[in-house]
Design a protein around this ligand. Structure first.
Ligand SMILES: *Cc1c(COP(=O)(O)O)cnc(C)c1O
Length: 442
């Protein structure tokens, strides 16, 4: 059994997170419940930042907040000196609501609307990462009409394929994101931006995929972007001051996953940049990175209450929990694997192989195909580990299930940071029928 961060087992044989008994948390706040180990988030954030500092490199570590977006996590990110990636007006609004320093907000996305871009200008955010030619036109139009300048990066697809799940790989040439580095699109974008009076081109961005366990792809991407930067200097006397190498650092969902330390990812990519700037006599740019999953993924645990179970003789036993694909779509969407424990029986042998099923009306709503639990019984608290990234943020109201509550736990203290949805919340956007029935109209 692998425990994460501050997780431990107390004298009652219960799982604790941040010094608090998870069974107590489940009783206090109800289930399903997302519990975040905030000390682990802080530890990861400083590991990324300190590695750059120890190498003498100016850097921004931006929390890619689509992994888990809420006011409270933005406040923690702010406390840790992180920057913030947002990918929509809604995430930007959340950042504004958290009063996140605007100059450390970066705006991503492959189809930012005119309204969203206006909003980014209104808030004078730190940087827009430009994804495509239509966006260049929109950003220019807004900047010119307001006579306001904006920092931008050009997002490129370096044609580096990271070894990860196909659905979440974005570094290939056949990607919906960014300008192709090799077919001339990136240069064309550069020419449209670099000497514009209101556009302050800082440099280049790439994000080559997600849940990546090796550093080759990052090193190749850094090399490809550096080569382009050198070419722009040689041809146009333009110097990039920022090189953004994205996120995608892997975490351990199951024992098959072998993630590297944050410091290793940073060291490897920074070493390439250092050596190439030296050999090309290029001024060292600021390096920006954008971890999402690796900041919040294993800091998050979902607590469920076990309900009904079903034995299919000779085949398997299903144990159903009070959530499922509505609060964690990743198993159904990507075949993502997780591990779980019986949080109220931590000292009992976890030898019962069961399938943990959700309560949604889909046969595919299974959270873990082969979980190992300790004598799972109705009323047990089942903890699924590593649900902090792309769990709550991808949650839906499928089957009109209310979204779970979210709690932060640190140093023996806990706080509700997102309240559980109520049935009233579920119908709050519904409008009862106002049309008159046909026969009544005559
Ligand atoms: C999703 C995303 C990230 C974060 O990816 P993780 O795998 O969660 O680290 C970073 N940058 C961009 C542009 C993204 O779209």
């Amino acid at each position: 059994m692998h425990l994460y961060g501050t997780q431990s087992v107390n004298e009652r044989g219960h799982l604790t997170i941040g010094g608090t008994d998870t069974v107590d948390l489940a009783h206090t706040y109800g289930t399903p419940l997302n519990v975040y180990d905030i000390a682990l988030f802080r530890e990861r954030a400083s590991a990324f930042k300190k590695t750059f500092e120890s190498m003498g490199i100016r850097a921004q570590v931006a929390y890619a907040s689509k992994a888990f977006s809420s006011i409270a996590i933005y406040e923690i990110a702010e406390q840790q000196g992180l920057s913030l990636d947002v990918v929509s007006g809604g995430e930007l609004f959340t950042a504004v609501s958290a009063n996140f320093p605007r100059n450390r907000i970066h705006f991503h996305g492959n189809n930012k609307s005119f309204t969203e871009l206006q909003y980014a200008f209104d808030e004078k955010i730190g940087c827009i990462v430009i994804d495509n030619f239509s966006e260049i036109e929109l950003v220019k139009e807004i900047a010119e009409s307001r006579k306001e300048s904006m920092n931008v990066l050009i997002r490129v697809t370096p044609g580096v394929e990271a070894s990860t799940h196909d659905y979440i790989t974005t570094g290939q040439e056949d990607s919906k994101f960014g300008f192709d580095l090799k077919n001339g699109q990136t240069d064309e974008a550069f020419l449209q931006l670099y000497n514009h009076p209101y556009i302050n081109l800082l440099g280049m961005h790439c994000h080559i995929g997600s849940q990546i366990f090796e550093t080759d792809a990052f090193r190749l991407a850094a090399e490809a972007l550096m080569n382009k930067m050198v070419a722009w200097r040689d041809n146009y006397e333009f110097i990039c001051t920022v090189l953004n190498l994205g996120g995608g650092f892997g975490i351990r969902y199951t024992e098959e996953d072998k993630p590297l330390e944050p410091s290793v990812y940073v060291e490897e990519m920074a070493t390439v940049v250092l050596s190439m700037t030296r050999s090309h006599n290029y001024p060292l740019p600021e390096i920006w990175i954008e971890p999402g999953r690796s900041l919040v993924g294993d800091a998050g645990t979902t607590l469920y209450t076990a309900g009904s179970s079903k034995e299919v003789p000779g085949i398997r036993k299903y144990v159903a929990v009070d959530g499922g694909m509505s609060d964690n779509i990743r198993p159904a969407l990507y075949g993502a694997k997780y591990t779980a424990v019986s949080a109220n029986r931590m000292n009992e042998p976890h030898v019962d192989k069961v399938t943990i099923a959700g309560k949604c009306c889909e046969s595919g709503d299974k959270l873990i195909e082969e979980a190992q639990l300790a004598d799972p019984t109705e009323g047990d608290i089942i903890a699924v580990f590593c649900t902090g990234a792309y769990g709550y943020s991808m949650a839906s109201n499928y089957n009109r299930l209310p979204k779970p509550a979210v709690v932060f736990s640190e140093n023996g203290q806990h706080q509700l940071v997102v309240r559980r949805e109520t049935y009233e919340d579920i119908v709050r956007l519904d409008i009862p029928l106002q049309l008159v029935r046909r026969e009544e109209r005559i």
